[in-house]
Design a protein around this ligand. Structure first.
Ligand SMILES: Nc1ncnc2c1ncn2[C@@H]1O[C@H](COP(=O)(O)OP(=O)(O)O)[C@@H](O)[C@H]1O
Ligand SMILES: [Mg+2]
Length: 270
């Protein structure tokens, strides 16, 4: 139910079984992919995210507070990076900077090879829309829109043709196991179901980067695990890079890298 294959259908034709010729072509292309893999590997492993000497100081009135100090971090394409650390250590601040939601006071942030700290606000919001999917602890769904419309709104913003939008939203909702909840408002869904809508929305348009801030914090263990499986499958199968803030120790097994923050300093990476 949580496989990511339907994500591939996003920009292809509607639900139908492949015929024999297509199956053959797919097998041949996956064989070709296997042969190409060693040649492409270095490209695929180039950093999707690279930040250097990042600092963040919050100013309120006369008071200033340094939330991040000298952060250096690289995440390779297709990898799952966890950010861990105690409450108030700067995890959300760092994730927001890596997602282009917050501009650091100092330092460089390169996403997909582009320096985002020198982009204008318009360039940056366009870059975010095209390349980054966000998942938050509190779901952040539009309360007046039903599940399908919450996904549709992102597909429309990304420029998808309107006649495709409803169908693609349905595929995404199927992907997260909510095909029968398309017409439900967020208030009529459980926390786990709302988070799955938020994931469908984050995946809309196949972003290359996913930023998730404690995505399982409000979910029971079954739903929490399903969320993690989906995100990790994406990272592996589609070269989608995931940065996730979490306190959940079970997730450590599926991560490629874990960074620990303490008082705004990156203490350990492994
Ligand atoms: N907008 C802000 N203005 C002032 N201080 C902030 C702001 N955002 C975060 N902080 C402070 O920065 C520190 C790190 O916050 P945060 O990144 O949210 O931590 P975490 O996600 O690890 O719990 C905290 O001390 C927090 O109070
Ligand atoms: Mg936080």
């Amino acid at each position: 139910m949580w496989s990511t294959t339907a994500i591939f259908k996003l920009f292809s034709s509607p639900n139908r079984k492949p015929d024999a010729a297509e199956s053959h072509a797919r097998t041949a292309s996956s064989r070709a992919r296997a042969t190409d893999e060693p040649r492409l590997a270095p490209l695929l492993r180039s950093p999707a995210i690279a930040c250097q000497a990042v600092e963040m100081t919050f100013q309120s009135g006369q008071q200033s507070f340094q939330a991040l100090q000298g952060i250096d971090l690289e995440v390779k394409s297709g990898e799952v990076q966890l950010l861990m650390g105690p409450s108030g250590s700067g995890k959300t601040t760092l994730l927001s900077i890596l997602g282009g939601l917050l501009t650091p006071t100092k330092g460089s942030v390169r996403l997909l090879g582009q320096e985002i700290t020198s982009m204008s606000r318009i360039q940056l919001s366009r870059f975010r829309l095209q390349n980054i999917g966000f998942i938050f602890q509190k779901f952040n769904l539009f309360p007046a829109l039903n599940a399908s419309e919450n996904v549709e709104v992102v597909l429309k913003m990304k420029g998808m043709e309107s006649k495709q939008v409803k169908h693609q939203a349905q595929i995404l909702l199927e992907e997260v196991g909510l095909a029968d909840k398309a017409k439900c408002l967020p208030r009529d869904l459980s926390g786990g179901q709302q988070q799955r809508v938020a994931i469908a929305r984050a995946l809309a348009g196949r972003p290359k980067l996913i930023m998730a801030d404690e995505p399982t914090a409000a979910l029971d263990s079954h739903n929490g695990h399903a969320v993690i499986e989906l995100l990790c499958e994406l990272a592996k199968q589609e070269g989608c890079t995931v940065v996730m803030v979490t306190h959940d120790p079970r997730i450590m097994d599926v991560a490629d890298q874990i960074a620990y923050l303490e008082d705004g300093i990156l203490m350990r990476k492994h």
